[in-house]
Design a protein around this ligand. Structure first.
Ligand code: SF4
Length: 440
């Protein structure tokens, strides 16, 4: 039976919209998230797909079209995009590549100009680039109307939750592959739900909640054995490399295989941080009482309400795994990297590492691309953070597409985590509250 009421109305972008009639390719940064984001675009009547799975050809093409000075996420993304241009029937006039951008303190802002130049060199200047900006809290997505911004946020938050539930379940499954199967089916269910949902906010939210409830049942159906003493490893770092299994050589799965459970920082955290930064910049510019500030606050408040409503489904499952407020992360980062003097993922990584350590993690892993500015700054801070927090082992893992003996390094690191676990002073806590996202 359909979960939608017969009076449901579907959204669709108008014919004059730049994405009307196009095919948008969304970088497959995180498993489940790219699929859900693409479904939110299809909900607007725009054909959208995640980029095909990365492989050796990705690195070959990425390497061919970059100089080696660029960041690894750019190499992977460019490789995946160029691979699409090689597909049979590829039509440059209908193609749009999505590439988030921002001013930021690092090379992130250069990705879009680089891609534009590359597409010209490849003889495909007709390919469009859809580039939402970080420092505007991704408000450029608002060109689609509030509906899409809200639908996309719900998509990303829901996918974050499914991934978090996967990581809570997989290390303890009795039948190998069962948790991944529950995750895959749940992502598909979520995407179908999003794509078919109607334009009324309440109706869509109800449909997503029902989809997440079905997901919860799937995960509950996975037989587990939770009596094992697994070290809990917090995973922070650069957002793409941290979440992209291809780029990080499936580091989370490798940690799990050697006995760990992982708690990885999600995408919603970064969007919430971008909202906070947008509000802070407006205040610095003397526009604390402007229309832009009002929009920013409203967006944050609505996102918080949506996140809270969706999170309710997993409230029991995530007890003890509550995400911190953004203010708390900033506060924890402040002694090392105050957010009025530093910005970007380094602040989030350091603050979140502090939060995880204080809430009973047995170790912290920072996943970053080789030469990533954020990773390098965080790495310089971690020894002091570790000393201040009772010696918790914090280890940077850098990636550039080449790797030596990663499993050996993981094994050594987990030995440190296990020995820290025996002496740590911070126990696991049950906080029982959700992450507020309102820009204060
Ligand atoms: S965060 Fe790191 S990897 Fe990403 S663009 Fe900045 S320097 Fe490059």
């Amino acid at each position: 039976m359909s979960i939608f009421h017969h009076t449901c109305v579907r959204n669709t972008v108008p014919p004059h919209h730049p994405l009307y009639g196009k095919v948008v390719y969304v970088p497959a940064m995180a498993e489940g998230s790219a699929e859900a984001f693409s479904a939110a675009l299809r909900w607007m009547g725009i054909e959208a797909h995640p980029t095909p799975p990365s492989d050796e050809r990705t690195l070959e093409l990425g390497g061919k079209h970059t100089s080696g000075d660029e960041c690894y996420p750019l190499k992977v993304t460019v490789g995946d995009f160029v691979k699409i241009t090689e597909q049979p029937g590829f039509d440059p006039k209908r193609t749009v590549f999505m590439m988030a951008t921002g001013d930021g303190p690092c090379r992130f802002g250069q990705y879009v100009p680089f891609l534009q130049k590359l597409l010209e060199l490849l003889g495909c200047p007709e390919i469009g680039i859809f580039a939402p900006r970080t420092e505007h809290g991704y408000e450029a997505l608002g060109n689609f109307g509030t509906a899409f911004v809200r639908g996309a946020w719900r998509a990303l938050v829901s996918a974050d939750m499914l991934r978090k539930r996967l990581l809570r379940t997989r290390p303890y499954e009795l039948e190998p592959g069962a948790a991944d199967q529950a995750f895959g089916e749940s992502v598909q269910d979520l995407c179908e739900t999003l794509e078919r949902s109607c334009s009324a906010y309440d109706c869509q939210r109800k449909a997503i909640v029902e989809s997440l409830e079905r997901a919860r049942l799937r995960f509950e159906g996975v037989a587990t054995e939770e009596t094992q003493q697994r070290p809990l490893i917090g995973v922070v770092g650069e957002i793409f490399c941290r979440l992209n299994n291809f780029s990080n050589h499936d580091l989370v799965r490798r940690l799990e295989k050697q006995g760990a459970e992982c708690w990885i920082s999600d995408i919603a955290e970064w969007i919430g941080y971008a909202n906070q930064e947008a509000a802070r910049r407006l205040r610095l510019e003397g526009r604390a009482f402007s229309g832009d500030m009002l929009k920013c606050l409203l967006r944050s408040r609505i996102q918080h309400q949506d996140e809270h409503a969706l999170l309710e489904v997993f409230a029991d499952d995530f007890r003890g795994y509550e995400e911190p407020s953004y203010a708390e992360v900033m506060e924890l980062a402040r002694p090392y990297l105050p957010n009025y003097g530093a910005e970007g993922e380094m602040v989030m990584s350091v603050g979140k590492a502090g939060y995880l350590a204080r809430h009973g993690a047995d170790g912290i892993v920072d996943i970053s691309p080789f030469t990533c500015m954020n990773g390098i700054v965080s790495e310089a801070i971690y020894p002091r953070l570790s000393r201040d927090l009772g010696g918790i082992p914090i280890r940077n893992f850098y990636f550039d597409g080449t790797q030596s003996d990663l499993d050996r390094d993981v094994g050594i690191y987990l030995e440190l985590a296990r020995s820290y676990r025996e002496k740590k002073t911070y126990g696991r806590e049950r906080l029982g509250r959700a992450r507020p996202t309102v820009a204060a």
